[in-house]
Design a protein around this ligand. Structure first.
Ligand code: SAH
Length: 271
């Protein structure tokens, strides 16, 4: 009998102890609002605080990058600078590379490809002098970052990526960064994008040893095309072409290193 009584008292005390933390969860620090204090909700709140703080750090790093790596090197077009300030590069790289997103470097994306150095993105964009409403074709969507920067300048951005995995990921990145208007497709950009041609501007973000003829064809009269041109194994010269009827005005502007264009152009090189 004694034993049974003792046992039931123990069970009663254990029950009270178990209920206590759950009851305490409805009392907040300032005591005027009751919120559930379950482990899940506190984890959720602390992760939101960290994300918010990290966002502030990223904003600060992005401002620093624009001042020191972009404006200090001579990029001065206000629209380009604002685009570089607005587009969150950390959302176009893998989570484990986010802390390096605002460094002065290209960064790896999947499949051995890279997202270009921010200065080069800004430099190429400025060189193209894009007007609102102009139609822009990008060859080499990669992460979608350059396309997002272009989308800050015009509503008509089209981008072609040859690797399906990258194309699909870039689509997600663009949608998550309010760039659903950017049109993307997975294809060999050597052939441009006939359906939407002609373009005012074409930007090629992979290296080629010649200008793909379709791209010249799909460029409007007076249109601008920028491409890293040269030996795709070493370095290339960023080349700005302006189309004047049958004539091409060619400007060699800066030595750069880009990943090579693949697909048809590679097949031709092997011949
Ligand atoms: N602009 C990108 C980076 C480009 S890296 C960004 O902002 O992230 C170069 C990209 O060109 C790679 O993703 C590569 O797969 C792609 N590419 C290479 N050859 C191509 C081709 N023939 N057509 C379209 N894309 C190509």
């Amino acid at each position: 009998m004694m034993n049974k009584d003792f046992n039931s008292k123990l069970i009663f005390v254990a029950l009270i102890l178990m209920l206590l933390p759950a009851c305490a969860g409805w009392v907040t620090d300032n005591g005027d609002e009751a919120v559930p204090n379950t482990q899940e909700s506190s984890e959720l709140r602390s992760s939101q605080v960290i994300t918010y703080e990290k966002e502030k750090v990223f904003d600060e790093q992005r401002r620093f990058m624009v001042e020191n790596d972009i404006k200090a090197r001579g990029v001065s077009d206000t629209k380009v600078i604002n685009a570089m300030l607005d587009v969150k590069r950390h959302l176009f790289v893998d989570i484990n590379l986010r802390s390096a997103a605002y460094s002065d470097n290209p960064l790896p994306i999947d499949e051995g490809q890279t997202i270009s150095q921010p200065y080069i993105v800004a430099f190429m964009t400025e060189a193209l002098n894009i007007l609102p409403d102009e139609k822009v074709l990008e060859i080499g969507t990669g992460s979608g970052y350059q396309a997002a920067v272009l989308a800050e300048l015009t509503d008509k951005v089209y981008s072609v990526e040859i690797k399906s995995n990258l194309s699909a990921k870039a689509r997600l990145n663009l949608d998550a960064n309010s760039c659903s208007g950017v049109q993307t497709k997975c294809d060999d950009g050597y052939y441009g994008w006939e359906e939407y041609a002609p373009f005012d501007v074409i930007i090629v973000t992979c290296a080629a040893n010649h200008i793909p003829p379709s791209l010249i064809k799909q460029l409007k009269d007076g249109g601008r095309l920028i491409i890293p041109l040269g030996n795709t194994l070493y370095y290339q010269t960023l080349t700005l072409i302006v189309k004047h009827g049958e004539e091409l005005e060619v400007n060699h502007i800066l030595d750069v290193v880009f990943v090579p264009m693949t697909g048809e152009i590679e097949m031709q090189q092997q011949k």
